[in-house]
Write a protein that binds this ligand. Structure first.
Ligand code: FMN
Length: 195
């Protein structure tokens, strides 16, 4: 299984990174897993522009010079794409959202996409001290996004992690490790073969 992990926090050693590292550790238990890990903050991703969707239909999105062509190549090589993000106002981080907006690049005029059949999974961390769990909203959004793009939703792990606080949530870390182990063999957390 080829897995691309995309980290979406400005903090490469923060809460979401800890959850992601545990997940990658789990993936590595499978010697056949090929894992590529990137940080979206290391790349230049332009926001969508006026008449962007017209350019998508004409396959002219690469006229904007940024790192999307390289990022799209990485996505196309992968069987599974795993996003990790802090929750910012009930959503993914803005930088990661710019990247996901640009997945529109893949849509063909007949609304098929080259992402069809690829797995999509999510890790997120949040303060969690408010009435609503931001990760739940994000999971719904990403599940629907996967469906729209013809991808297979493989599920998500979220974790409550306070800002500027030490963090030691063994249960979430253990879940993330198990999630990674399962993903590396192409199944979701409850063992359904989804690829
Ligand atoms: C701009 C911003 C917005 C945030 N919005 C939320 C939110 O809506 N809900 C929540 O539970 N936590 C929120 N948080 C807290 C972060 O999601 C939380 O601290 C997260 O674990 C940080 O992850 P990181 O260490 O990987 O960057 C927010 C933090 C920031 C900086």
């Amino acid at each position: 299984m080829k897995i691309l992990t995309v980290h979406g926090s400005p903090d490469a050693k923060g809460n979401s990174a800890k959850l992601l590292n545990a997940c990658i550790e789990g993936m590595k238990k499978n010697k056949d897993a090929e894992i590529e890990s990137i940080q979206v903050y290391d790349y230049n991703v332009e926001a969508v522009w006026k008449d962007y969707f017209g350019d998508v239909m004409k396959k002219q999105t690469d006229k904007i010079k940024d790192d999307m062509p390289a990022l799209k190549k990485k996505m196309l090589k992968a069987d599974i794409i795993l996003l990790s993000s802090p929750i910012y106002w009930y959503q993914m981080s803005g930088k990661l959202k710019l990247f996901v907006d640009r997945w529109t690049d893949f849509i063909n005029p007949d609304f098929t996409t080259a992402l069809k059949g690829k797995g999509l999974a999510l890790l997120s961390t949040h303060g969690g001290s408010h009435l609503m769990n931001g990760s739940d909203y994000l999971q719904l959004a990403m599940c629907a996004t996967a469906d729209f793009l013809g991808m297979t939703w493989m599920g998500a792990i979220d974790c409550r992690a306070r800002m500027n606080d030490s963090w030691d949530d063994g249960l979430s870390v253990e879940q993330a490790r198990l999630f990674g182990e399962k993903l590396s063999t192409g199944v979701n957390l409850i063992g359904q073969k989804v690829l």
